[in-house]
Ligand binder design. Structure first.
Ligand SMILES: Cc1cc2nc3c(=O)[nH]c(=O)nc-3n(C[C@H](O)[C@H](O)[C@H](O)COP(=O)(O)OP(=O)(O)OC[C@H]3O[C@@H](n4cnc5c(N)ncnc54)[C@H](O)[C@@H]3O)c2cc1C
Length: 445
């Protein structure tokens, strides 16, 4: 927009931990990571620059996203701090012994994780008396941000995985919080993870055939047949292959496979998807300053229905902010099935003007000058953006069976992990690619 790049969806990749082998290999292949004197060194242009994140609370901006105790009403402070500490201890306890890894397939799955996956995160927090509004807002925000739905919809496994698989949860003032403040790295690009998608696609050259909608996949003894709609030519075409990797969402795979296996039918029934709205707002001048922390990469509003906005010019090395594009994110999975359905219907039915007004009204609280500086808004609607790790999904037998499938058709979508991040998608794609390549060719199609 206005010559500036901006994301339409995913926008960052955390610096990988040791278990994210596929991500490490990819980043090294793309020249973004190398080992120097035994330490991983990342391309500075891609590592998210400081300041990374801030929260608008009590009329001002604060560093970080966890509501600081001193920004809370006096009556809430003592309980909030106690809850922060208790939650941090619970995460550390649950995360012992490799229980939470990324990709999740490398976690040591135990009955304790089955139990966490059987209940909602909100119910798990209630049972522990973790009721402080500031903690609950923050945890709900994290669930909406990573899983597209609130803490009342995602499982306790997912809620804890968010922290235990990465950096833990550090109550303010703890020793760990000082270490965590010194930088949990992430990689980002003005156009978001479209950069990664473009670099994954580039080596395929003209072997990549975009603009085909797959209508049907059928397996026979000798081959698999794919019927597709060629969008540009406006005609059907048929492809014959010895192996097929279906990297489509599982509910789509269940529709297009001629004879879907029972596990796929079951997964299609089990997995629900959160709708999302992404709004790109082009502004032609820097927004007025507000008290507190300066403009950051990620800017979040306390108690807002949205998830805040990312400044897409953040990675530019300009010394002061000028024209930019702000990307605002709204996760619309809600707190239960009924809210999810109603939100998806609203996203489909309500016109661009209604949604644009909603987004602007939300951001105008910290930025009253935003409407006057706005040049253009582009909206991106996703009806089924990302799978929600609801109770019972991650531990389901169906997902495991699909990840291990051995026929002509291999499944590779991130739905197989019960939630949606680049690391999980890359893991399943790589796994399915190896499985397809190492299967004995039973015909020469
Ligand atoms: C708004 C938003 C923000 C996000 N932010 C992040 C983030 O910051 N970091 C992160 O790691 N993840 C993020 N995610 C999640 C991330 O986008 C997913 O994890 C990732 O895209 C999953 O990749 P995938 O290849 O498994 O599936 P998808 O990206 O869902 O790809 C599936 C593909 O199948 C295609 N398809 C469907 N049906 C057919 C058909 N019949 N024929 C042909 N093609 C078909 C679709 O068009 C699509 O291209 C975000 C998601 C959204 C929606």
């Amino acid at each position: 927009m206005g010559g500036m790049r901006c994301p339409l969806g995913a926008h960052y990749l955390p610096v990988p931990g040791d278990t994210a082998i596929e991500v490490i290999e990819l980043l090294e292949e793309l020249g973004l990571r190398k080992m120097v004197n035994g330490r991983a060194d990342y391309d500075e242009r891609t590592l998210c620059h400081s300041p990374q994140e801030r929260l608008f609370i009590g009329g001002g901006w604060r560093d970080g996203l966890l509501p600081p105790i001193e920004a809370l009403p006096a009556a809430e402070r003592k309980a909030a701090l106690a809850n922060y500490r208790a939650f941090g201890a619970a995460v550390a306890e649950a995360g012992r012994g490799d229980a939470f890894a990324i990709p999740t397939a490398r976690s040591r799955w135990t009955p304790a994780l089955d139990a966490l996956d059987a209940t909602t995160f909100a119910a798990w927090l209630d049972r522990r008396g973790l009721l402080a509004p500031a903690l609950r807002w923050y945890l709900d925000y994290c669930c909406r941000d990573d899983y597209g739905a609130g803490a009342a919809q995602v499982s306790a496994w997912a809620g804890i995985h968010y922290f235990a698989s990465r950096h833990g949860f550090h109550a303010p003032g703890s020793d760990e919080s000082l270490a965590a403040d010194s930088g949990e790295g992430l990689l980002t690009w003005p156009e978001g993870n479209a950069w990664l998608a473009a670099h994954l696609a580039a080596p395929l050259g003209d072997r990549l055939h975009p603009g085909r909608v797959v209508l049907r996949v059928s397996e026979s003894r000798d081959a698999a047949t794919i019927e597709a709609w060629n969008v540009a030519e406006r005609q059907r075409e048929r492809w014959i292959a010895s192996r097929v990797i279906l990297a489509t969402p599982l509910f789509v795979s269940a529709r297009i496979l001629d004879t879907p296996p029972p596990a796929l039918v079951e997964a299609g029934r089990l997995v629900r998807h959160a709708p999302w709205l992404v709004a790109n707002l082009q502004i032609d001048a820097a927004l007025d300053g507000q008290p507190g922390a300066p403009l950051s990469w990620d800017n979040v509003l306390y108690d807002s229905p949205g998830l805040g906005y990312v400044d897409d010019m953040h990675q530019s090395t300009m010394p002061f902010a000028e024209a930019t594009v702000l990307t605002a994110y709204w996760a619309l999975g809600g707190n239960d099935d009924a809210e999810l359905g109603a939100n998806r219907a609203r996203l489909l039915r309500e016109d661009w003007h209604t949604w644009t007004s909603r987004v602007i009204a939300d951001l105008a609280t910290p930025h009253p000058d935003l409407p006057a500086k706005l040049k253009r808004v582009d909206l991106m609607r996703y009806g089924h953006a990302m799978s929600i790790p609801s109770p019972g999904v991650r531990s389901s037998v169906a997902l495991r069976a699909l990840a291990d499938s051995t026929g002509r058709v291999h499944f590779a979508h991130t739905d197989l992990s019960a939630y949606s991040v680049f690391e999980e998608a890359l893991f399943h794609g790589t796994r399915a690619g190896h499985a397809a390549a190492s299967a004995r060719p039973s015909s020469r199609v």
